[in-house]
Design a protein around this ligand. Sequence first.
Ligand SMILES: *[C@@H]1O[C@H](CO)[C@@H](O)[C@H](O)[C@H]1NC(C)=O
Ligand SMILES: *[C@@H]1O[C@H](CO)[C@@H](O)[C@H](O)[C@H]1NC(C)=O
Ligand SMILES: *[C@@H]1O[C@H](CO)[C@@H](O)[C@H](O)[C@H]1NC(C)=O
Ligand SMILES: *[C@@H]1O[C@H](CO)[C@@H](O)[C@H](O)[C@H]1NC(C)=O
Ligand SMILES: *[C@@H]1O[C@H](CO)[C@@H](O)[C@H](O)[C@H]1NC(C)=O
Ligand SMILES: *[C@@H]1O[C@H](CO)[C@@H](O)[C@H](O)[C@H]1NC(C)=O
Ligand SMILES: *[C@@H]1O[C@H](CO)[C@@H](O)[C@H](O)[C@H]1NC(C)=O
Ligand SMILES: *[C@@H]1O[C@H](CO)[C@@H](O)[C@H](O)[C@H]1NC(C)=O
Ligand SMILES: *[C@@H]1O[C@H](CO)[C@@H](O)[C@H](O)[C@H]1NC(C)=O
Length: 514
Amino acid sequence: MLKAIALFAFNVLIVSSTTSAASASPLTNNSSLSGKILWSTCPPGSPLGLDCGTIDVPLAYKQSGSLEPDTNQTVTLGLVRHRTNSTMNKLGSLFFNPGGPGVSATRTVISLVASDTFGLSQALKEAYDIIGLDPRGVGSSTPVQCDPEIYNERVTTMVNNTADFNILIDHNRHLGASCANLTGPLLDHLDTIHVVKDHELVRQALGDDKFNLIGESYGSQLGSQYAALFPQNVGRMTLDGNLDHSQSEASSLHAESSTYETVLNQFLSWCDRDSTCALHNQNASHALDELLARADAAPLLAPGCGDVGGNACQPNVTGEDLRYNIQGHGFLSIVSATYGSNWYDLAQALAEAADGNATLLSTSIETSNISPSNSYASLAIGCQDWLHESTCAADIQSKTQMASTFAPRTRGASQSFGYQVRCIGWPAPLTNPQAYLNERVGEAPPVLLVNSIYDPETSIVWAEGLREQMPSAVSITRNGAGHTSYLLRGETSKAMDDFLVQGILPSDGSVYQS
Ligand SMILES: *[C@@H]1O[C@H](CO)[C@@H](O)[C@H](O)[C@H]1NC(C)=O
Ligand SMILES: *[C@@H]1O[C@H](CO)[C@@H](O)[C@H](O)[C@H]1NC(C)=O
Ligand SMILES: *[C@@H]1O[C@H](CO)[C@@H](O)[C@H](O)[C@H]1NC(C)=O
Ligand SMILES: *[C@@H]1O[C@H](CO)[C@@H](O)[C@H](O)[C@H]1NC(C)=O
Ligand SMILES: *[C@@H]1O[C@H](CO)[C@@H](O)[C@H](O)[C@H]1NC(C)=O
Ligand SMILES: *[C@@H]1O[C@H](CO)[C@@H](O)[C@H](O)[C@H]1NC(C)=O
Ligand SMILES: *[C@@H]1O[C@H](CO)[C@@H](O)[C@H](O)[C@H]1NC(C)=O
Ligand SMILES: *[C@@H]1O[C@H](CO)[C@@H](O)[C@H](O)[C@H]1NC(C)=O
Ligand SMILES: *[C@@H]1O[C@H](CO)[C@@H](O)[C@H](O)[C@H]1NC(C)=O
């Protein structure tokens, strides 16, 4: 089976950190613990100025904007706080959500605050306490658990006949049943509305007047849905790499897959121009098409995969795997000062694959009930948040045909498509499907929306769509490629800092070159 592709994330940036704030906590039934943060000492080796904590929150909230629990059961959330070293000018807490869904915020914040040259600016770290709160199901919070053997089954999602459709749905049901068995009732309460309410309870527990946020990627959905539910509590919020959670399945797929292919084609042109590309001088488009055709005919081998050395991946790589993983493994997405360096890595991986070793493009596998990369949570959250209404092979085939018109190389393989097909038959209800944001979002103070023009994961189309729904927002664009912009520390990041630290908004529609 294809890996849960945490594409709306920049998790590839931060996998180097293995420190985790706390070990995963089980569900509890002690509701008197609810609502209070228990701070404790962080594991040895944690950065200076870090506090680690947990808070119990209701397993389920009542409907709409209520923070009232709907049950006695609670889940435990893990969080970290990087304390500002400045007593002057402290603006309160700033939540940093790295997206996914399913990327651990505690792990991300730990790795970002430890670096002076990458990630969060010094000004930001001085102005705020930085909070990483693992969403329910993720990281150090009560985890989603699934059966890894079922998860790893090889099943095609590019279904074009009834037999393959039935295999896919049986697989989805079977995997979902294992997750329900192992996770318990939490599996039904993972949608973004629950996550928004958890963040609101933590804001209150921290004693903050307002909710300040950097929401990266899927974190932009957390931010926009928060602003729609609690507009009066919004402080300074920047959403970087925007999701538009209002579109039909077809529109989401069209936007994401055609943007992904556009960026892939830019990569191929770069290869033809730049001699550092491993596919230089051989017509990169042709080389990629050949590789895809070969992999479609018979899977490529991935001899470096195995459980050893933490490199758990499938022993072979199909054309479908390649189409997902060129995007999902982050090759096109990683932002760095020189885009060439990530594109360089992609070219390297493709050249190795053409030489008979497709290890770097192989789909990862899981080896335990709790996924260190939070793949299970990524899928489980997505299945409660994104429409997946196909009921037969023809429904799926017509989607891939549509997508192939605009994205002939990648044919619709994308995170949006992943949820549309892998969630069919999922046991948990679809509780937060796409819908326009409640118009109360207009009561929020200006939110700063940020997107790069050539973002292969969160399309500029979505940034426009989100802007339409947030009349008080100000939006800015980075004229470049890659997923999200803050961590680049360029002009775009500076504009975000000016807003977060000084409250100075850029002019609406500004375009930055870095
Ligand atoms: C919590 O209570 C529910 C019933 O309300 C029960 O099914 C479950 O086993 C209990 N869990 C724990 C951890 O005690
Ligand atoms: C719930 O937790 C509180 C605080 O730790 C403790 O005092 C109380 O005894 C616990 N209640 C139950 C039923 O376990
Ligand atoms: C919830 O807690 C109350 C008070 O402790 C108890 O009477 C009730 O049975 C509990 N409900 C459930 C569903 O566990
Ligand atoms: C906070 O820490 C940074 C880096 O260690 C240092 O450069 C800065 O001067 C400190 N600020 C204050 C107000 O102590
Ligand atoms: C299904 O699609 C694949 C890839 O496009 C193709 O190779 C295969 O022949 C198709 N099968 C059917 C039954 O249409
Ligand atoms: C889930 O649990 C039920 C009841 O214990 C069992 O019959 C079923 O085989 C389990 N399913 C999976 C996929 O683990
Ligand atoms: C490169 O390959 C593509 C795809 O096979 C082809 O359409 C194009 O004409 C080739 N370009 C050159 C300059 O040969
Ligand atoms: C295949 O590629 C991987 C990743 O580059 C490398 O670690 C491994 O040693 C290679 N294996 C073989 C047999 O060449
Ligand atoms: C590819 O790997 C899978 C295991 O994931 C195996 O079942 C299958 O036989 C392999 N296929 C080929 C053609 O090597």
